[in-house]
Design a protein around this ligand. Structure first.
Ligand code: SF4
Length: 328
């Protein structure tokens, strides 16, 4: 098997808050092959964005290692560091804040192309910028190059953000809630664009989202990872996670997704939590941190022992004392 593009080994990230230490990401292990689509899903504060930022090198890990093509990103030589910096790009949630308002789209795209010497001379740069705008469906490109970000819609700005990420030929894009600030029809077309990047250019995508319905749509051919209070609690092929969820938290999230047919939604059994209060990261519950809310709470073992992430279900890895492996 070929080496994963990205590997997370026991990754932990802590922050000091008001004199106390919180663990935002706790013992996350993950291998992401080149060209994979992976969605990280979970409630606000579950650690998914922090994980994405560490993968993109925007935050250091507190403990553990992140490897890029088998090498620890904290110990890369300058040439390898440059390859990693260009190879993993991040697209942020807010396209309004992530583009410089006083630069034209041409300025925004030309800067990395010329700085990293991907193009030489104005004509070649302009040609490449047109190609990039076509890849992200901003056509005809000459209608956009001389505009400023405020002259574009939210969806168009997000496409410019993706085009800027593509200027440096990345192998992997971390898209943090990258479609959550645009309306539903634009959201679908942005997701199709990310899928095309994977299919036609082999660019892997980590989509971070709070919306499991969106993850289900986007990652159908890939994997979904579910995070809860800093830990990965279930990860597997999207079809397995959605069709045969093994972790009670995943089951609760799926039961709350509305279906296209309102009658089906009304008839769908909704799994109730034992408590709707999300525990504070400052006072995490003992044992399985989901136990105060878990509808399948199994008593002392849940309150005492942290469940390890292990193979269960049909090819998913699950952190729950009740999860059982099934024959394929
Ligand atoms: Fe629920 Fe126990 Fe499984 Fe945690 S380990 S998810 S509390 S059944």
């Amino acid at each position: 098997m070929s080496e994963p593009l990205i590997t997370l080994e026991h990754v932990q990230r802590t922050f000091d808050v008001k004199g106390q230490t919180i663990t935002a990401v706790n013992d996350v292990n993950l291998e992401i092959p080149a060209g994979e689509v992976l969605c990280l899903v979970g409630e606000s504060g579950c650690g998914k964005t922090t994980t994405g930022k560490m993968i993109a090198g925007l935050l250091p890990v507190s403990y553990g290692r992140i490897l890029f093509r088998g090498q620890d990103i904290a110990a890369l030589a300058p040439a390898e560091r440059k390859s990693y910096r260009l190879g993993v790009q991040m697209v942020h949630q807010d396209p309004y804040a992530s583009l410089n308002p006083v630069q034209t789209i041409a300025d925004i795209l030309a800067a990395p192309l010329q700085h990293h010497r991907f193009t030489r001379g104005e004509a070649e740069t302009r040609k490449r910028m047109r190609e990039l705008l076509e890849i992200v469906d901003l056509t005809p490109p000459d209608d956009y190059l001389d505009k400023y970000p405020h002259q574009l819609s939210g969806g168009q700005r997000q496409r410019v953000s993706v085009a800027r990420a593509l200027t440096v030929n990345p192998a992997f894009i971390v898209a943090d809630e990258a479609v959550s600030m645009v309306d539903v029809s634009i959201r679908i077309s942005l997701l199709k664009m990310f899928t095309r990047l994977k299919d036609e250019m082999g660019v892997g995508v980590l989509l971070i989202t709070h919306d499991l319905a969106l993850a289900k749509y986007f990652a159908w051919e890939g994997r979904i990872g579910v995070m809860y209070l800093g830990r990965l609690v279930e990860i597997g092929p999207a079809r397995q996670v959605v069709g045969h969820p093994q972790h009670p938290y995943t089951q609760v999230l799926l039961s709350a997704i509305p279906e296209a047919d309102p009658d089906v939604t009304r008839a769908k059994p909704r799994i109730a939590l034992r408590s709707t209060d999300v525990p504070s990261l400052l006072r995490l519950p003992t044992g399985c941190t989901f136990h105060p809310r878990c509808p399948a709470f199994a008593g002392e073992v849940c309150a005492r022992e942290v469940p390890a992430l292990k193979r269960a279900g049909w090819g998913s890895d699950v952190a729950c004392h009740l999860a059982q492996a099934h024959e394929p």
